[in-house]
Design a protein around this ligand. Structure first.
Ligand SMILES: Nc1ncnc2c1ncn2[C@@H]1O[C@H](COP(=O)(O)OP(=O)(O)OP(=O)(O)O)[C@@H](O)[C@H]1O
Length: 815
């Protein structure tokens, strides 16, 4: 909305008191404070609320709400995956260096589950395996919130050389124009792994797609390219596998939709969930990172311990005040990537400069530098250095000071908001200062002109004013008299009629034409010159976009860890330990993190699986005795430890858990249109087919849904459901048939039938001896073979080595 600043000057004599001078949109907000010469009784209307302020607030809200879109490009060749995606929320390209992924493309599925892309771009020349995978993806009707669009580009768009060229010739906001081509290549090779061929080809394909679809710049001029504010690497090694069912039944996330990292801004409310109670992040970017950590639990002990070190540091009583102060500051971080994107597109708004500088970013940074240095001092007493604080101290560098002081020195925040455009402070450009000075003198000057013009007008005309309209110029404004009805009545001798607006007639006079020639371009000149300053400032800020982005990453990490520390303090959590040699978990007096907040008194329980006490635990007990809660709390404590959070337990020792599988009932099954038993089997099939000896499998009342009263008939090998309720007890649950449909292995089905027959006939269930025997015989044979192959004549024979490396593993397998 345009800002109108109106000056109303009252003059002493009768007629002249009705002369008014209006300046429309020409006077910066501060100018009324200047005394107007010759207008002793000058009075100003009480300052109306400056529209810019409210607008700025609204815009800020808009900034936070902008929904993210992800566009992903993928290539899979010979068991390796190359992935790159563009995130519109931060205008950044994320890529994963070439990673092995087997034919089932589990890694790709994981990435898709996590980021929920809007489009998936791949080569038209496709491996059969990948084609099948994408075909399946396209047919997933229940996929929330929307199935991705799958786009095939010609394979030539993914060529290695062409992709490299595309990457090197890209127009990136973070690369200053002053860099030579060689410097640019060197810089980019430090960011992009050019030795990862699939990744480079995926990046090339992604750039092609972005350029072709003009993502985010659809309505811009054709020479405006898609803004790219940075490249970020992500790796999915050491990941702990957790499927969507587990996230749901353990109530890790509880939103209406997909637990995507990129749903932060879509306005979804988090219900009672683990994420909900731990998310005390103060900025959106912290929240987004916490979501990311939740979707990527890890076994990277270095990373986990570095997170726990920071939490532990902030939990020390002497650091409480510092933690709270830092956390408050982080609340001021606004959507910096969006502002940088607008700068790149030259759409910067007046309020953006304030968001970037005044109330938030730079003072926060400066104070944080100070605090970070304080933190570094505080850390000296700790046994090990805390990497995050060192990184903060290093990154919050001269570049940031430079950005802050440039913005602070050049931008006139008050004036910019008042005029809703970029304005510069005095003493930046003498030429602009001079023009503004002349413009400021205009009200009194125009009052004088208006008074003189009125003297020459017909005496029936009671008042007049001289107004200035940018791009039109100076005009004489006269109130419409009751006698002026027809257009011909508007004609006044010596004046050129221009237009009628709000009962005012506007004319050009000889004097206003003179004013046009003398002063007419003043306002436009000021605007043009200030816009030039804005472009220069934008270039300076964009050249340091990479620093801003790194600082934002560190600030988000700090925010997450402060949030986890705050939750740990309030809920009495303790630091977990990791024991890679342990196959299982040991929990001392553990609690369910959500249930303990709802129950009046919660009874803690210990759990131990793996180690000396056996690896399979069976829990029995009467109804409502807490079996499900117990199972879930083991899963949740393990999950929290693998995210790097403190846990609700007196002590927790977490082994090398590589996956968490669950078979626990949830309401979601109804919406999928699967029967309870079918869903049970489906989840168990996932565990049976994927679990390793390191996996944690939680099963609650498996097979509960086999009791059916629904009528069926058998048609050959197929089973037909009538969905008709009937009287009586079902003769069979047809469990094995459903199990086969759900993908359980044949061997397991045969054994299942055998066990249920034994139960029905009341006979004891014995272990599968043949299987045991067969396996044991194989192991004996291996050991014997090793001895037979042993050449005792061999002069290089090392018997110790033979015993430790060959015999011992085979003997252990037998035992
Ligand atoms: N450790 C605990 N301390 C306090 N209250 C608990 C505890 N565990 C469970 N409860 C309470 O008992 C209720 C039932 O727990 P839960 O659903 O785990 O029982 P269950 O044994 O699985 O029941 P069912 O066999 O009927 O499925 C919970 O909703 C909770 O209110």
């Amino acid at each position: 909305m345009a800002t109108h600043k109106v000056f109303r000057l009252s003059l002493p004599d009768d007629r002249a008191s009705k002369v008014m001078a209006y300046i429309v949109r020409a006077i910066p907000g501060r100018t009324p404070q200047c005394p107007v010469p010759g207008a002793a009784s000058a009075s100003f209307p009480s300052p109306a609320p400056v529209p810019g302020h409210r607008e700025a607030e609204e815009e800020e809200e808009d900034n936070e709400q902008e929904p993210a879109e992800i566009h992903l490009c993928v290539l899979w060749t010979s068991g390796f995956l190359g992935i790159a995606y563009y995130d519109t929320s931060d205008s950044t390209i994320h890529f994963m260096p070439d990673a092995p992924d087997h034919e089932s493309l589990k890694l790709l599925q994981r990435v898709l589950d996590e980021i929920n892309p809007r489009s998936i771009v791949t080569s038209a020349k496709q491996d059969e395996n990948m084609a099948r995978f994408l075909g399946k993806l396209a047919s997933q009707e229940h996929k929330e919130p929307k199935r991705p669009e799958i786009i095939f580009l010609p394979s030539v768009d993914f060529g290695l050389e062409i992709s490299k060229q595309r990457l090197l010739s890209g127009n990136y906001a973070f690369i200053p124009d002053s860099m030579t081509t060689t410097e640019k290549i060197l810089f980019l090779s430090s960011v992009i792994p050019f030795d990862c061929l699939l990744t480079v080809r995926a990046l090339g394909g992604l750039l092609k797609f972005l350029g072709r679809r003009r993502i985010g710049v659809e309505l811009e001029d054709y020479n405006v390219s898609v803004p790219i504010l940075g490249f970020k690497k992500f790796v999915l090694t050491h990941l702990v596998s957790i499927d969507q069912d587990t996230y749901s039944v353990l109530q890790i996330f509880k939103s209406e939709s997909h637990p995507s990292v990129y749903k932060v801004a879509s306005g979804l409310k988090e219900g009672l969930s683990l994420f909900g109670i731990l998310n005390r992040c103060r900025c959106k970017w912290g929240e987004k990172l916490l979501r990311l950590w939740f979707t990527r639990p890890t076994l990277d002990l270095g990373e986990l311990n570095s997170r726990l070190d920071v939490i532990q540091f902030f939990l020390l009583p002497q650091n409480l005040d510092m933690a709270q102060m830092l956390h408050r500051l982080l609340g001021h971080i606004k959507n910096v990537p969006l502002i940088l994107k607008r700068m790149k597109l030259s759409h910067t708004k007046a309020s953006d400069w304030q968001v970037l500088y005044k109330p938030t970013f730079c003072p926060f940074l400066l104070q944080t530098v100070y605090s970070a240095l304080g933190l570094r001092d505080a850390c000296r007493s700790l046994p090990q250095a805390i990497q995050l604080f060192q990184d903060i101290a290093q990154e919050f560098s001269d570049d940031l000071h430079h950005i802050a002081s440039l913005i602070g020195k050049v931008v006139d925040f008050e004036g910019s908001l008042a005029e809703n455009r970029f304005t510069v402070l005095p003493n930046i450009d003498p030429d602009i200062d001079e023009k503004k000075r002349r413009l400021m003198g205009l009200p009194s000057f125009l009052t004088e002109v208006a008074r003189k013009e009125l003297e020459n007008l017909d005496s029936r005309i009671p008042s007049c004013s001289v107004i200035y309209i940018p791009l039109i110029g100076f005009l004489l404004s006269i109130p419409r008299l009751p006698s002026m009805v027809e257009a011909s009545d508007f004609e006044i001798e010596g004046l050129d009629f221009m237009f009628l607006s709000e009962e005012k007639l506007h004319y050009r006079s000889a004097r206003t034409k003179e004013l046009d020639a003398l002063l007419g371009d003043l306002h436009c000149d000021i605007r043009d010159q200030e816009t030039l300053w804005m472009y220069q400032l934008q270039c300076q800020v964009l050249a340091r976009a990479a620093v801003l982005s790194r600082v934002l990453d560190l600030a988000s990490r700090l925010d997450v860890l402060l949030a986890l520390a705050s939750a740990a303090r309030d809920y009495g959590y303790s630091r977990p330990r990791y024991s890679p040699q342990l196959l299982g978990v040991r929990i001392q007096n553990g609690r369910h993190p959500l249930m303990e907040l709802c129950a009046r008194t919660f009874v803690p329980n210990s759990a131990e699986c793996g180690g000396d006490r056996g690896r399979v635990k069976v829990i029995t007990g009467p109804n409502s005795s807490g079996k499900s809660i117990y199972l879930k709390q083991v899963g949740l404590i393990t999950f929290m430890a693998l995210v790097g959070s403190f846990v609700p337990a007196e002590e927790a020792e977490i082994g090398a858990v590589d996956a968490i599988f669950t078979r626990i009932h949830s309401c979601e099954s109804i919406s999928l249109g699967l029967s309870t038993f079918m869903l049970d089997l489906n989840q168990v099939a996932k565990a049976v087919n994927n679990a390793t000896k390191q996996s944690l499998v939680l099963i609650d009342e498996f097979g509960k849904g086999t009791n059916t009263t629904m009528e069926t008939c058998e048609d050959g090998d197929d089973l037909v459901f009538f969905y008709q309720v009937c009287e009586g007890i079902a003769k069979a649950s047809h469990a094995s048939h459903t199990a086969a449909q759900a993908g359980l292995p044949d061997q397991l089905l045969t054994r299942g039938k055998e066990v249920s027959d034994l139960i029905r006939s009341g006979k004891p269930i014995k272990p599968v001896k043949e299987l045991l025997k067969e396996k044991q015989m194989e192991n004996y044979q291996t050991l014997v073979d090793k001895f037979l192959k042993l050449d005792l004549e061999d002069p290089n024979l090392d018997l110790d080595l033979f015993m430790s490396q060959e015999v011992l593993p085979a003997a252990t397998a037998i035992l």
